[in-house]
Every structure is written in structure tokens, then in C-alpha cells.
Design a binder for this molecule. Structure first.
Ligand SMILES: *[C@@H]1O[C@H](CO)[C@@H](O)[C@H](O)[C@H]1NC(C)=O
Ligand SMILES: *[C@@H]1O[C@H](CO)[C@@H](O)[C@H](O)[C@H]1NC(C)=O
Ligand SMILES: *[C@@H]1O[C@H](CO)[C@@H](O)[C@H](O)[C@H]1NC(C)=O
Length: 333
């Protein structure tokens, strides 16, 4: 089952791939970054949630590691292959190999955590991931809100987990609050010139459409948006509007409340930041009343679109998605 989270990750990949289409001299990240750095605990909770959904690809690996760990522990516990007769379903396995019940089956842990089998209590519990997969790809590096380059998102989540559980592996208490600011190494951000900023909405529109089309071609666009995409393909006047609706509706998922908060911008901001430095001033321009929330109207306006049929479509999609989303609400512990 392709979950919405996976699609989000795939989207990010597409975003990064397609951003090469855009050529902007980089720009300075101003107020929005200050805003993004002013966190209270509740904000952080939400950001973590979004962040962890965003790195769901890491989950697959973590889940796998968890299963291996669980199997190892179980194997140690039931070391000798006998007396495994407790399981009542299915027949005995040839050679009396013990049936290992994986207590971590179906357990999902948040970013930076893995499930560990608690054999005594027959349940899985989420613990900080013992080790992150080694990363040599520089594109997996992340810049934190402390302007420090880390090897991978996993390392950030792991360290945060260690600090939040008072583990001796916590390097500094402050790291309880560390989060990913953007993908790539930390760097000096040059200015976004007025000209570049003025041209940005056009390029953003084009690019959103290209990403949407690319996802559709690869069968990675959620069903709810396929109609939008088809329409955009066949009717030039809907091209940008529909792409804008798609992106906005998708960003507005935490929760679906008809407004995109600054935290919900994470999936668009973090991967683009290092490549498209006008993204920060652009996103800021999408929130002219500075209430930290971007309505669909504001989004349409800053993309320089007609706002006529924006609202109704989005509500439809959100409803459609919510109807199907029940099985996707994994426990982010
Ligand atoms: C962040 O770190 C980079 C690389 O060390 C440096 O060039 C840049 O000036 C720093 N940015 C800020 C805002 O301190
Ligand atoms: C939700 O389910 C309906 C029918 O059950 C389906 O037509 C629709 O495409 C689904 N939407 C998503 C986003 O999966
Ligand atoms: C294309 O979309 C516009 C704007 O919604 C609409 O007025 C027009 O009838 C559509 N054209 C076709 C061929 O569907």
C-alpha cells in the first residue's frame, strides 16, 4: 500500500530532481527563518510530526532493523529449538524450529526510534535507534536550526531522541530541540534580488505543474489529485491553478484545516531552501498579513493566479482523502 507519507517522500525526491529546472541565484532567508526558529513545545511537537512523516523512507529501514533486532532477541530468548508449541495456528514447522512471534510487527515508531521487542511483556516498545545507517552521500546531509551540518536526518532524530530520553549518548541538553532547517550542508545564503523574486511566482507555477505531472507519470500522485492533473494536462487555463491547488491541499495536511501553517511549509521549504534561496522570501510574501498561516487565497495570490475556483476543489479533495485516511494514521510515538 502506497501511503500518503511515502508519496510525500516521493514528492520531495521529485522536488529536488525538478528544481534543477530552475536557475536562481540564491537569496537571503529572513524573517520566516526567525519565525521558524521561535518554537514553543507545542510547535515542536507538530514540527516533529511533520518532519517524521517526511522521512518515512527512513522508517522502512528502521522497521527492518527493528524486525532483525526483535528476531535476534527472540532467538536468544527461545535459544533452543524446542518447547515452541504455544502457537496454536498452522502446523508445526519441519525440524521443530520455534515459531517466533515478532512483538514489533505493526509497531511504528517516530523518526529516530525503532521498535524493540520486550519479550517478557510480549510487546514492542519504541527506543532510540542504536545506530543510523552510515551516510556517505553528501545530498543526505542536513542543516539544523543551530546552523550545524549533520550527516543525515536520522542522526538528527537519533540525537534528539537520546536527549529526550536522558540517554548518556545525548551530547548536549540543547539538542533536545534540534530540528532540520533544510537539506544539504549549512551555507551562507546570498541575497534574493528583487528581479529574481519578481520572477519567482512564474517559475514556481511552472515547476509545481511539472512536479505534479512527473508524479502522475510515475503513478505516484495520490488518486484524489488525478482528476486535477488530467484537467491541467488538457486545459491550459487550468494548468497552474490545478497545480497550485494540488500543492496547497497537500501541504495542508497536518491537519486539514484550510490553512497552511508555517510548519506545514516544511515539506516544500526544507528541500528547496539550499537550491532556491528565493523560496524563503517568496513564502513570506504568501503571508502578507503575517498571521503565520497561508490561506488558499493567499497562496493563489502570491502565485499570481486567479482565485475563482480555488476553494471548492480543495474542500472536495480533503474530504475524499480523509475518508480513506483512517488506516494511514500510524502511531507516531
Ligand atoms: C552557517 O554556517 C555556514 C557554514 O559554516 C556559514 O557560512 C554561515 O554564515 C552560517 N550562517 C549563519 C546564519 O550563521
Ligand atoms: C478513496 O476511496 C474512494 C472509494 O473508496 C476512491 O474512489 C478514491 O479514489 C480514494 N481516494 C484516495 C485518495 O485514495
Ligand atoms: C478550460 O478551463 C476554463 C477555466 O475553468 C473553462 O472556462 C474552459 O471552458 C475550459 N476549456 C475546456 C476545453 O474544457
Amino acid at each position: 500500500m502506497a501511503s500518503r507519507m511515502q508519496q510525500l517522500v516521493q514528492l520531495t525526491v521529485a522536488l529536488v530532481a525538478l528544481v534543477a529546472l530552475l536557475h536562481t541565484p540564491p537569496a537571503h532567508a529572513d524573517d520566516i527563518d526567525e519565525l521558524l526558529n521561535e518554537f514553543d513545545e507545542e510547535d515542536e511537537e507538530l514540527l516533529r510530526h511533520i518532519e517524521s512523516q517526511h522521512v518515512s523512507r527512513d522508517y522502512e529501514l528502521e522497521d527492518q532493523m527493528a524486525r532483525e533486532l526483535a528476531n535476534r532477541i527472540a532467538a536468544e530468548h527461545y535459544g533452543q529449538p524446542d518447547g515452541a508449541g504455544e502457537s496454536d495456528d498452522a502446523g508445526p514447522i519441519e525440524g521443530r524450529v520455534p515459531r517466533l512471534i515478532d512483538p514489533c510487527k505493526g509497531v511504528r515508531c517516530g523518526a529516530g526510534r525503532v521498535c524493540r521487542a520486550n519479550v517478557a511483556e510480549q510487546r514492542g516498545e519504541c527506543v532510540c535507534i542504536p545506530e543510523c545507517p552510515p551516510e556517505t552521500d553528501p545530498r543526505r546531509k542536513v542543516c539544523t536550526n543551530r546552523n550545524e551540518t549533520w550527516d543525515s536526518a536520522c542522526e538528527v532524530h537519533r540525537q534528539r531522541c537520546l536527549c529526550n530520553t536522558a540517554d548518556p549518548g545525548c551530547r548536549h541538553e540543547e539538542l533536545r530541540h534540534v530540528h532540520i532547517d533544510y537539506y544539504g550542508t549549512c551555507r551562507e545564503m546570498p541575497e534574493c534580488s528583487e528581479n529574481d523574486l519578481a520572477d519567482f511566482p512564474r517559475r514556481m507555477r511552472d515547476w509545481l505543474f511539472n512536479v505534479m505531472r512527473d508524479l502522475a507519470l510515475r503513478n505516484e500522485l495520490p488518486d484524489a489529485y488525478l482528476a486535477l492533473e488530467h484537467e491541467a494536462e488538457s486545459n491550459m487555463t487550468k494548468r497552474w491553478t490545478n497545480a497550485a491547488i494540488w500543492k496547497w491541499c497537500e501541504l495542508d495536511g497536518h491537519p486539514h484545516d484550510n490553512t497552511v501553517s508555517r510548519h506545514e511549509l516544511f515539506p516544500i521549504r526544507a528541500p528547496l531552501f539550499a537550491l532556491e534561496h528565493c523560496i524563503a522570501p517568496f513564502l513570506e510574501s504568501c503571508d502578507p498579513n503575517r498571521d503565520h498561516r497561508i490561506s488558499l487565497q493567499e497562496w493563489g495570490k502570491c502565485l499570481e493566479l486567479e482565485e475563482d475556483d480555488l476553494t471548492a476543489r480543495c474542500a472536495e479533495i480533503a474530504k475524499d482523502e480523509e475518508a480513506n485516511a483512517s488506516d494511514l494514521h500510524d502511531a507516531f510515538v
